[in-house]
Design a binder for this molecule. Sequence first.
Ligand SMILES: [Zn+2]
Length: 475
Amino acid sequence: MKSFIFSIVAAFCFFNCMSQLLIRNTTVVDVENKKLLQGYSVQVNKGLITAIGKNITPQPGSQIIDGFGKYLLPGFVDAHVHFFQSGSIYTRPDAIDLRKYRPYNEEIAWVHNNMENFLRRYIYAGITSVVDVGSTINFLKQRDTFRTKEYAPDIYMTGPLLTTWEPPVYKGLKDDGPFYEMNTVDDARKYVQQHLQLGSDFIKIGYLVQGSNLDSAARKHLPVVKAAIDEAHKNGLRVAVHATERITAQLAVEAGADFLVHTPDDELIDGAFIKLLKKNKVVVASSQIVFKGYTTAFGQQYKLTETDFRYAHPTPLNSLIDFKHLPDTALRNRYLIRTESNRLRAKKTDSLRQLNLKRMADGGVTITTATDAGNIGTQHVSSYFFELAEMQQSGMNMWQLLQSSTINGARAAGKESEFGSIQKGKKANLVLLNKNPLDSISNWKSIEWVINKGVALKPDSVRKLSALEAVDKQH
Ligand SMILES: [Zn+2]
């Protein structure tokens, strides 16, 4: 009873006591119009932006933050993460099977236990929204427990991926299973209906094809992909599609996909495809670094950087470094040799991915910053800065990076009317920087305040590193 009363009071305070806020006399970064608005103030009430202007009188009892000399941005968005994956070497048994060293149920339990830790790190970095494109039923349930927590970003989550192929290691995992294999059109429609019951925010399709003739393999699976998209749209759900080849990406978009979670990397995309992406208002994820994450981990070349130390959870990070000490040298060498032999191919796909990203960005396609964090070698939170660096390397300019990391992330989730820019009526998910974000990506780390769900937080107080390490429950 006591805790019930406490939570009522806490909920009341969350929306009323803490949430009146005025950020005064700052430079507002208008990401939609690519403008810096100097000398502006922004008022926040009950989690929403309620006024923007030059002369705003604070409401009585408001918290006032002096924004002079600082820059107010919409909170950042990572539009492609997976909470069922930790980033560790043990997290994808279909890619490398180390279950005899760490059973998969232990890995999954660990990630659930550390989800709060990851979420706090996202807020620490100013990432106030994350889009999880492929999770499990158990993570969907856990998502709901963080909805009102000010230390947690807003989480938009699909349920299990609807795939055209399910890796055998994931079969029989029930509510911990990340894949539903669709073999027929009826399967596709049934699984979409199931997602509606589960409360998935949208649908994710894994359009996975194999073999030497990609075109015919892609067309073979097209009817089930089409059926899933059709059933989702009929029920008001957006559809994200994993398609790393130009052919699967194009067929998915022609079938109505809303969000491509990877930039195609097998051939150069042409003007006609770019036109189609724009016409259909498709959002495309940058996803530049995730494949490199695997090769550096398997190639035992993962190098820790200051960004990793600052933002990443140490446990999965350590597992990558410890991989070289794994007693099974035959297995390690197999992966090492495979990585070496793939190096040439990877060089080609890396450069095509980068060229395609730049082509699409300059062609006016909506690009969103997206890491695919959680995959082996791609750490939650720290990978965001590596992704941005690669996007910049492709030739994207600072305004393109800022739009990709804010309003376009909201577009990926289909929620651009709710967040992603500093506008009256939108969610007060904001970042106040000490340095100009247009000058360099490293300035994006100069966070003075994160305003999350309308509450102003000092980044260090959210991360509370020692407390976080205490909740890192090893199994
Ligand atoms: Zn992914």
